[in-house]
Design a protein around this ligand. Structure first.
Ligand code: AHR
Length: 504
């Protein structure tokens, strides 16, 4: 049977923040070294930044880039990462049992963002695991103060006269997790986050601060953690963080394909928790959501491996280098849809991560860079949803039963309208593994009259992947036969597919 949707220009959910297309660079595995930074590579510039990777990052449409971790940040000593490279120390990183050579640091990160282009914005995470208020203030002074103080003058002496102007800061990372260096209780972390935020605001009240929410919604302290932390920090922070990774478990593909159902209810639970604290405080302020780690990640496989064979402090090892299939890309696309559908509260989102480590872009040391299957939905969404308004989607769809999430609709969709041109883009997933799904969209008050493009990512082999040997095995293809007549769009969504339908 047919899935139906109605779109109306009057029903706008929210404007899409450019920060929804953020990503994440952690000192982990080969994300930095031989990922974005590889001196001597044929495509590298004089500073070691790989031009081929920069080109792909621009094509991906990434905006905000979170740095330098992740778990790594909870042992991070920012001073190690500045000044003349030959004088920087080699340090052991307990989070990933790797050696950090500090050849790429704070100044290189800022230079990397500048090379991406004006859309790239820093999002700096602070170490609230092994460190605290003093070091946060010192880093802030080094990075953001123009000159005339010890630390700002040190930055100038290191070669960067202009301050970095970092506005968005994460107050630590996943401190609810027992695996986190410097793990804390909610009360301990809430106090530390509040003290740090208060001190940072004395320096600059305009900063935007993100408090750590739970590492994932399966944590035993989920929601209680957020409530305790926000009770301490409500007036001091702008966002609370969410992290979620999905994988196919026990061969239950239908549940995996419905992962966005979990992501949506996670978002809604965090919104409810934030608003509950706001109500208790009788505050008119609304806390935003920073979904600063999301992706498909075959985490259970990695955990087994890491436990069986702990690393012996290598430099830039091959870690978390998941190779994504068509199924993974369809799930990934549906996670993007979930974020867009909640653009009224999700103000920041970071795809974890950017290069090599659970990443849309892969590289070979000394060799090429290539696009994973997941690269394509992200690039399309960043291109056609950025700057747009998300429209409320009133949908009716056939459903099917899933082991984890009960009955879920086969159609999962959102739509974005460009306020300037009036163009509308529908992003839609067909979760049915075997059958095509006919779709009819009734358009009200939208000044569109033709189908510009219907593109799909789908394949007769749902396990198909891009690899070094065959980097363009899976790319989006045009879908013929999609029409727009008398205000109704008609399309057929291929089985297990991610679709972008552009109307003007
Ligand atoms: O993105 C990989 C890791 O996942 C991050 O370091 C950590 O914050 C999360 O658990």
């Amino acid at each position: 049977s047919t899935a139906r949707m109605t779109l109306d220009s009057a029903f706008v959910v929210a404007e899409v923040s450019p920060r929804l297309f953020g990503s994440f660079v952690e000192h982990l595995g080969r994300c930095v070294y031989t990922g974005i930074h590889e001196p001597g590579h044929p495509a590298a510039d004089e500073t070691g930044l790989r031009g081929d990777v920069l080109g792909l990052i621009r094509e991906l449409g990434v905006t905000t880039v979170r740095y330098p971790g992740g778990n790594f940040v909870s042992g991070y000593r920012w001073e190690d990462s500045v000044g003349p490279v030959e004088r920087r120390p080699r340090r052991l990183d307990p989070a990933w049992r790797s050696t950090e050579p500090n050849r790429f640091g704070l100044a290189e990160y800022v230079a990397f963002l500048r090379r991406i282009g004006p859309q790239a914005e820093p999002m700096m995470a602070l170490n609230l695991g092994t460190r605290g208020v003093t070091e946060a203030l010192e880093l802030l002074e080094y990075a953001n103060h123009p000159a005339g103080s010890e630390l700002s003058d040190r930055r100038v002496a290191h070669g960067d006269k202009a301050p970095y102007g970092i506005r968005l800061w994460c107050l630590g990372n996943e401190l609810d997790g027992p695996w986190q260096t410097g793990h804390k209780t909610a009360a301990e972390y809430g106090r530390l986050a509040a003290e740090t935020a208060r001190a940072m605001r004395q320096f600059d009240p305009e900063l935007e601060l993100v408090a750590c929410g739970s590492s994932n919604r399966g944590m035993p302290t989920f929601a209680a953690w957020e409530a305790t932390v926000l009770a301490e920090t409500y007036d001091l922070v702008d966002y609370v963080s969410l992290h979620a990774y999905y994988e196919e478990l026990d061969g239950d593909r239908d549940s995996f394909l419905a992962s966005a159902a979990d992501m949506e209810s996670f978002i809604e639970s965090v919104v409810a928790t934030c608003d509950h604290v706001g109500a208790r405080l009788k505050s008119a302020k609304r806390i935003g959501l920073s979904f600063d780690e999301w992706n498909v990640w075959y985490q259970s496989k990695w955990r087994e491996q890491a436990e069986a064979d702990p690393l012996d402090w290598p430099e830039a090892p091959r870690l978390l280098e998941d190779n994504y299939s068509v199924v993974d890309a369809v799930v990934f696309g549906s996670l993007l849809i979930a974020l867009l559908r909640h653009a009224d509260r999700v103000g920041v989102a970071c795809l974890a991560q950017l290069v090599n480590v659970i990443a849309p872009i892969m590289t070979e040391p000394g060799g090429p860079a290539w696009r994973q299957t997941t690269f394509h939905p992200f690039a399309q969404a960043a291109r056609y949803a950025r700057g747009g308004q998300v429209l409320h989607v009133a949908a009716e769809s056939p459903t099917h039963e899933t082991g984890k999430y009960g009955e879920v609709p086969l159609l999962y969709a959102t739509a974005v309208r460009d306020p300037e041109s009036g163009a509308v883009t529908v992003f839609a997933v067909n979760r049915d593994q075997r059958r095509p799904l006919p779709l009819e969209v009734v358009l009200h008050g939208l000044a569109v009259s033709e189908v510009v493009e219907h593109s799909a990512l789908a394949d007769a082999d749902p396990e198909a992947r891009n690899t070094l040997a065959d980097p363009d095995r899976v790319v989006p293809h045009p879908v013929p036969g999609t029409t727009l007549r008398d205000g109704t769009l008609s399309a057929v969504l291929e089985p297990l597919s991610w679709n972008v339908i552009r109307l003007s």
